[in-house]
Design a binder for this molecule. Structure first.
Ligand code: FMN
Length: 305
């Protein structure tokens, strides 16, 4: 089955890229979304919360569901359970969180190429939808990054997103675009670059320096979904607090429409992102942090005529 590869992707971010935020990004021009990662083990056990996290809404298609785990059979089974409701299954070879790497999931698998191969081969042969992957450059060093990317392609992945940092780097330091470029050069499947893209200027630089087919935006989309508009229009435009609050209120409205009411903590986390960087944000941040419901969060925001 063919898989479309547009230029601009929202990178999955656990705790942030819920359905409402993904659709909000689509409204600003994002062309492809992925759910936050869900545990393959939990999917096969049938946990309600896991299925809520993995839910893809019709308004956001094309979209992928991302899974993590370390057991090929479990990964394949989970992918098969979920594939009906999305356009592709994405496999996580990049998460650095100890709760994931301890059981050899996420980025820990970069030290076990045979496991990566087995997971992909079994999942690809079980699924009717395309299977894609997202990797980091390595655990401690980047020496094997190109080899691992080639293995991922050979094992049947239809597309590869490369986050240009090692597991050890976590989210700090610069993403290494040179290694992303080296990977892109060796692969025939589409390669999506990720890391350190924060506006159109940096996206343009990544395209020029790496020749990637598309770019995945992570943290720079938080509180700033209009980054996708800047990318599409190839022009960075400053966004006012008033505009940011309007975007946040649209996010709240989408959550309501999609019936995503289980946690006001998620809404609060988003509200704090939308006010980041503005003068007087400290007082506003305090008010939002003390709010005990979505209504109180909305009431804490300044009114614009
Ligand atoms: C809070 C948070 C949660 C994340 N959760 C996921 C996840 O579920 N799956 C995944 O592949 N990457 C996850 N990532 C990594 C991002 O997708 C992305 O690779 C990383 O943030 C680098 O891109 P950026 O520099 O544009 O933020 C997460 C990152 C953050 C900050």
């Amino acid at each position: 089955m063919s898989l479309i590869t547009p230029r601009y992707f929202l990178a999955p971010m656990a705790g942030y890229t819920d359905g409402a935020f993904r659709i909000l990004c689509k409204e600003y021009g994002c062309q492809y979304t992925t759910t936050e990662f869900v545990s393959a083990e939990a999917v096969t056990r049938g946990g309600d919360k896991t299925f809520r996290l993995a839910k893809v809404f019709s308004e956001e298609r094309p979209a992928s569901i991302q899974i993590f785990g370390s057991e090929p059979a479990k990964m394949a089974q989970a992918a098969h359970i979920l594939e009906k409701q999305c356009d592709a299954i994405d496999i996580n070879f990049g998460c650095p969180a100890p709760k994931v790497t301890r059981s050899l999931g996420g980025a820990a698998l970069l030290d076990y190429p045979e496991k990566i191969k087995a997971i992909l081969e079994e999942t690809v042969s079980t699924c009717t939808k395309p299977v894609t992957a997202k990797m980091r450059l390595g655990v401690k060093n980047k020496n094997n990054a190109v080899k691992i990317a080639q293995l991922i392609e050979k094992s049947g992945a239809s597309r590869l997103t490369v986050h240009g940092r090692t597991l050890e780097q976590g989210y700090t330091g610069n993403a290494d675009w040179q290694v992303i470029a080296a990977i892109k050069k060796e692969l025939t499947i589409p390669v999506i670059g990720n890391g350190n893209v924060k506006d159109w200027e940096s996206a343009k630089a990544m395209f020029e320096q790496t020749n990637v087919d598309g770019i995945a935006i992570g943290r720079s989309a938080l509180g700033n979904p209009s980054i996708f508009q800047a990318l599409i229009n190839e022009k960075d435009i400053p966004v006012s607090l008033e505009e940011k609050i309007a975007m946040f209120l649209r996010y709240v409205e989408l959550r309501k429409t999609l019936k995503l009411w289980e946690s006001h903590g998620d809404v609060k986390a988003h509200a704090l992102q939308f006010i980041r960087g503005f003068p007087d944000a400290a007082a506003l941040r305090l008010k939002i942090s003390q709010a005990k419901s979505v209504e109180e969060i909305v009431d804490a925001l300044p009114n614009f005529p």
